[in-house]
Design a protein around this ligand. Structure first.
Ligand code: SF4
Length: 643
């Protein structure tokens, strides 16, 4: 029987129509494994294990067999006082596993452990009217659902509900705390945390996880009326639909933009179904092929007007008149406003345009402010819930890698430098910034990044330095200030400029649609630039003409059978190429082709017992990936200077 679990309840809270597709392998689900990978990257498994350390002597209900888990939980609850990890409860066709249950007599505390952070000195869970804030709503609904299931199945108990969260106001007092928790897989493939040695008592007495009682908020959510239905009626309706496979009518809108059940034409051609297309076809009468055209949903950064257009039945960009885009309230000092850029996107669809639109004067003026040599940089970073060192707060910034391309005024260019640290248990950020300073301090050339990430990371490291005892903390934080001062467009004293800001104001490429990420822009530019195609069809990368640290004689432009440029990120060699045959792999990723995967790779190096060969393959994969990021920026500049 298909039971409504807490993860399916959370999905239904996002959009009830997701119940039509979840758990059905016929549909593409972009989030499959996402929870696992997210937990791995952020340290979610370790947070769960640390929380259990706060409640020693608990009994783990380990079995995955539902009936057996319920039987074991019932038997444990016969005890007067007991702590249970992963207790099972069923109420009708609702089923949950609770992170931690603390039973004292007839009082039962439900403790949901989350790796989300909360700072009690600065943050809040609720709006002024008492409703949960959007970023806490699903978490609190999840807790309310668990409370409802336990209350229904154990009505004799007095239940209190708690969230246990990573407390950003706390400071870790134990060196190497996150290294006490190692991640591995059980024989059945499930992840498990190993603790070869117990954590020190100070980590228990100085907690970085805090329990927040939510009994009142949870009761209020259970008493709320949702579109004319009680909490119980809504849960029954969703559970009934999920159990019977009865279709939930979709209510399409802006929420669909992030839908994980959206499959493109290529993915559907492999036989996978697209829940998104089925919802939108049912709601609009358009065919799946119609829905492969540019959608109103995908107009860049259009908020309220987008919902209005959908309400008016304008689902495709070709149905949207240019006049539908209101002027932006705040105009930029140069180049296009947000509204002008949105109109360019619509105009390009109306005209069937494939080539870029360029504000030539504005672009040339922006580029003319740069000083040679040009430094193109990209960072790989992460944040770990459980800190590395004493004195650090949870979720501190960790910068573990950079890549650096250098371009001289006479046209010489090279992959000039790189730095990476995957050393287990070593906090890398200060060594990272020392290495970066050494790379960038030999001249006053402009430093180019793509988007705001590198700036935020440097600001975060500056704060960490100021709180540290590093002997060169004043020198390093002063250097960070010196390159960041000034705005992102080359005004003021700072050396650092954001290429994405320049792109937003002066360059629009229709093949990237409404996306301005480098991963979308890079293949789009390659597909229409004759210059780049001619130059990089040749295997010049990794030669004396264009030296590289990780590639030899690489041709970056390849065409597929239909003559389309292949996305260069798909040309990165699989990690398996670097692992000798016969070495057992702990994880199965084939490549590192986006920043999220780089974070996972770092987490694997830190928290898993990986063999040296696999660790070396990860390192090589990360170096190639980050080098391609800065190379993509160089190619974008090569195209722009020809405009
Ligand atoms: S496409 Fe929209 S309505 Fe359909 S499941 Fe996704 S979010 Fe819900």
């Amino acid at each position: 029987m298909r039971l409504l679990t807490k993860s399916r309840y959370r999905l239904a809270c996002e959009c009830p129509a997701k119940l039509n597709y979840t758990g059905n392998n016929a549909y593409l689900n972009q989030n499959v494994d996402d929870d696992f990978l997210q937990a791995l990257a952020e340290g979610g498994f370790q947070v769960g294990a640390l929380a259990q350390c706060y409640y020693p002597g608990g009994v783990l209900v380990e079995t995955l067999d539902r009936a057996e888990a319920l039987r074991q939980t019932d038997a444990l609850l016969q005890r007067e006082n007991v702590i249970i990890y992963e207790a099972a409860f069923q109420f009708g066709n609702l089923f949950i596993r609770a992170d931690i249950i603390r039973k004292v007599g007839r009082a039962l505390d439900l403790i949901e452990v989350k790796s989300k952070s909360f700072d009690p000195d600065e943050d809040t869970f609720f709006k002024r009217n008492g409703e949960p804030l959007a970023n806490w709503n699903i978490t609190l609904q999840d807790l309310a659902f668990q409370r409802y299931v336990i209350g229904g199945s154990k009505s004799e108990m007095a239940i209190r509900s708690y969230l246990m969260l990573v407390d950003k106001s706390k400071i870790n007092v134990v060196d190497g705390l996150n290294q006490y928790f190692l991640l591995t897989r059980k024989e059945d493939g499930r992840p498990q945390v190993l603790m070869p040695v117990p954590i020190p008592p100070e980590a228990i007495s100085n907690r970085i996880l805090t329990e927040f009682e939510m009994s009142g908020a949870v009761d209020a959510l259970i008493a709320t009326i949702y579109g004319g239905k009680t909490f119980a009626q809504r849960v029954d309706e969703w559970a009934g639909a999920y159990a019977s496979g009865k279709r939930v009518d979709p209510k399409i809108g802006s929420v669909c933009k992030q839908c994980e059940f959206r499959a493109n034409a290529d993915e559907r051609a492999t036989g996978l179904r697209s829940g998104f297309h089925e919802c939108w076809s049912a709601a609009t009468g358009l065919t799946e092929e119609d829905l492969d055209q540019p959608l109103t949903l995908d107009i860049w950064n259009l908020r309220k007007p987008k919902e209005d257009l959908l309400q008016q039945g304008k689902y495709l960009i070709r149905q949207v008149p240019i006049s539908a885009i209101p002027d932006s309230a705040k105009e930029p000092t140069s180049g296009w406003s947000q509204a002008e850029r949105q109109r360019l996107q619509i105009e390009a669809v109306h005209a069937g345009q494939n080539s870029p639109t360029v504000d030539v004067g504005g672009l040339r003026a922006a580029l003319s402010k740069w000083k040679y040599p040009l430094h193109f940089i990209d960072f790989e970073t992460t944040r770990a819930a459980i800190p590395f060192h004493r004195g650090m707060e949870p979720y501190g910034q960790i910068a573990f890698q950079f890549s650096h391309h250098l371009v001289h005024a006479d046209g010489r260019m090279a992959h000039q430098g790189e730095w990476i640290s995957l050393q287990r248990g070593e906090f890398p950020s200060f060594a990272f910034v020392r290495a970066l300073k050494a790379e960038l301090s030999s001249d006053g050339g402009t430093i180019l990044r793509y988007a705001t990430h590198e700036k935020s990371v440097l600001n975060a490291i500056k704060e960490q330095l100021q709180d540290s005892t590093e002997s060169d903390r004043v020198e390093l934080s002063g250097w960070i200030s010196s390159i960041l001062t000034g705005d992102d467009h080359g005004q003021g004293e700072g050396r650092m400029i954001d290429l994405r800001e320049i792109l937003l104001r002066h360059y629009y490429h229709p093949r990237a649609g409404g996306s301005n990420s480098l991963k979308a822009i890079f293949p789009a530019v390659l597909s229409t630039s004759r210059y780049l195609r001619d130059r990089y069809t040749q295997p010049i990368y990794g030669t004396s003409e264009f030296p590289s640290r990780n590639f030899r004689k690489q041709a970056w432009v390849r065409l597929d059978a239909s003559g389309k440029v292949v996305d260069p990120y798909t040309l990165l060699p699989p990690l398996a190429d670097d692992i000798p045959e016969g070495v057992e792999r702990l994880f199965d990723d084939d490549a590192i082709a986006e920043g999220g995967a780089a974070m996972m790779a770092y987490a694997k190096a830190q928290f898993t017992q990986m063999r040296d060969e696999e660790a070396a393959a990860l390192r090589a994969g990360l170096l190639r990936y980050c080098e391609l990021d800065t190379l993509a920026m160089v190619m974008l500049w090569e195209e722009w200077r020809r405009c």
